[in-house]
Design a protein around this ligand. Structure first.
Ligand code: AMP
Length: 294
């Protein structure tokens, strides 16, 4: 079983005794699923000691969002972390990360502006702040994140570069259920009918990939393919965007020389889900494109 630590002081005491090992970090909000566990396995492959943090970070939730009802299962999470060889689970209370008097926040300006940033004001400021805190506290050699939160990944890559943090960021493809649904802690909110509707996100992405692989280059046409799946299943679009995979600026056409990404956010009932996929402009059509195929 991993060691469960709740405070900075406990961590510093633990690390003082093992200060020379290669350290891997996997930040999460808990309610762990296979997607999270894949990150931890990768961290364990790359590092001697692995810390998973479980912290439902209040500063990345808007006032109307699901902070209080976000699923929590610390006991189960610690067990799951143990199954994949995690050494330390760090699960602080909010006051540990944001004690009275906390005044410092981190903002990645350009990449945070659109898409999730526009729909969820303050979200990336909260994410960038807590990840900076965790990187400063743990000083990992490597930190592992998922492509499931694609814009977040790009924001964090920028953050690490701009602040010269010198940690290696590793990004893993989205882990999906067998029917294509991207695993997410928020899938726990879905009724069985809503879960069927939620499949429209990944189905739409696969359709767009197939169209692009067969030669379609118009962003409008590719985005329409995603929108059609959402509409037909009763999901409500928040945004669908074909973007440059690095700058996240919107594209009008795909272009074989610069990789594109399709981003989608939609409401299924009251639950807001996001997904994304690489859109490749060149190459022969694949028989069954998977959303994370490069
Ligand atoms: P969260 O607990 O939602 O904050 O996510 C913690 C980390 O797990 C982030 O790096 C996410 O991108 C990653 N993650 C969440 N869902 C998946 C998934 N289905 N596949 C791969 N990584 C994921």
């Amino acid at each position: 079983m991993p060691l469960l630590l709740r405070t900075e002081a406990q961590w510093r005491a633990w690390r003082a005794k093992r200060s020379s090992t290669v350290l891997g970090l996997v930040p999460t909000m808990g309610s762990l699923h296979e997607g999270h566990l894949a990150l931890m396995r990768e961290a364990k492959r790359r590092a001697e000691d692995v810390v998973t943090t479980i912290f439902v970070n209040p500063t990345q939730f808007g006032p109307q969002e699901d902070l209080s009802r976000y699923p929590r299962d610390l006991e189960g999470d610690v067990r799951r972390c143990g199954d994949v060889g995690v050494d330390v689970v760090f699960a602080p209370v909010p006051e540990e990360m944001y004690p009275q008097g906390h005044q410092t926040f981190v903002e990645v300006q350009g990449l945070s502006r659109r898409w999730e940033g526009e729909r969820r004001p303050g979200h990336f400021r909260g994410v960038a702040t807590v990840v900076t805190q965790l990187l400063a506290l743990f000083r990992p050699h490597v930190a592992v994140f998922g492509q499931k939160d694609y814009q977040q990944l790009k924001v964090l890559e920028r953050l690490v570069k701009d602040l010269h943090l010198g940690v290696e960021l590793v990004a893993l493809p989205t882990v999906r259920d067998a029917d294509g649904l991207a695993m997410s802690s928020r899938n726990a909110y879905l009724s069985s009918n809503e879960r069927i509707a939620a499949l429209s996100l990944s189905r739409g992405l696969r359709k767009a990939q197939a169209l692009a692989a067969s030669g379609e280059t118009s962003a409008e046409v590719l985005m329409s393919a995603v929108r059609r799946e959402l509409t037909e299943s009763g999901a409500r679009e928040d945004y669908v965007a074909l973007v440059d995979s690095q700058t996240l600026e919107p594209l009008e056409m795909t272009d074989a020389s610069s990789p594109a990404r399709m981003l989608v956010a939609a409401f299924v009932g009251k639950t807001r889900l996001i997904d994304n996929a690489a859109i490749s402009a060149s190459g022969p059509a694949s028989a069954s494109p998977a959303p994370d195929q490069a």
